[in-house]
Design a binder for this molecule. Sequence first.
Ligand code: KG4
Ligand code: ZN
Length: 345
Amino acid sequence: MRILGIETSCDETGVAVYETGRGIIAEALASQVELHRPFGGVVPELASRDHIAKLSRLVQAVLAEADCSPGELDGIAYTAGPGLIGALMVGGSFAAASAYALGIPAVPIHHMEAHLLIGKLEADALEFPFIALLVSGGHSMLVDVQGVGRYRVIGNTLDDAAGEAFDKVARLLNLPYPGGPALARLAESGDPGAFDFPRPLADRGLDMSFSGLKTAVRRAIDRERAEKNGVLDAKVERNIAAAFQAAVVDTLVAKCARAVTETGRQRLVIAGGVGANRKLRQDLADWGSANGVAVFYPRPAFCTDNGAMIAYAGAARLVPGQAGPPGVVARPRWPLDELQPPGLN
Ligand code: KG4
Ligand code: ZN
């Protein structure tokens, strides 16, 4: 089975072809970072327009690289939500129209499901059930994953998501958009012990809250600036980045540990953009080997948004012989635990 996957939920146009038994055979990603940088964040209308401008050529290039004609595809998977409505509509319309013309199903995919399933493509040993730590720009979630479409959300975002906290603190430090990766780079050369930031709710429950931590960082920055006539010393900046990153990572490790203890699961997968964070990967791997828990993480390029995860989820969801839903499915808000196993929704 060959599936074309299309991701357009936010600021990356991602396209890939997945073939069962072979894996991802071609993929491409067009980033909109330069387009949005002057605005310090994603401008939804610009995002939609850029998806329109890039998508068709990207699909042609990926099909050519895969040596696959459109007629050899068995289905077209696309991100149907959650995400920016205009951006979702671009990928959804393209997928639904192409699938209709080819007489194959269009398969609407939940973006967060794609994030949590891609770990399975990366490691055969990642069998169900497992715990997924899903940390992206819009969500921090802990999910008990029992099978495709069988998700129990056991911990959720109470306010700012982990990636959002990275992005907001990066802005406080005047780092260029996109802030998260820039902040993580700065943190590598800082001293995490130089500031003692809170580990929010690390000692209780599975829900996650990062807005108080962001406020603590803002106060520290204001204090340091006030002491130095409004200028933030470069070393202090690095230390703040490192101490903030350590606080987020410690909190996420504590939450994962509690999720594993409470559910008795023995496998943990890190997913979503923040899953690309080196310190998070290292600390969770160390915790896993000390506690007999197998920790999996996709390669960094499969943690951040990409077309491969949509193609792979499409293959997991496509039921041979079953038509896709009529029209375009686009759901800006879409709770993960509304999903059902393939064929049931
Ligand atoms: O999954 P993703 O690419 O898009 C969403 O679905 O939201 O996640 C993007 C988020 C952004 O907030 C970005 O700052 C964060 O992931 N991120 C990182 C790193 N790379 C991306 N956060 C910390 N360290 C990184 N290396
Ligand atoms: Zn994402």
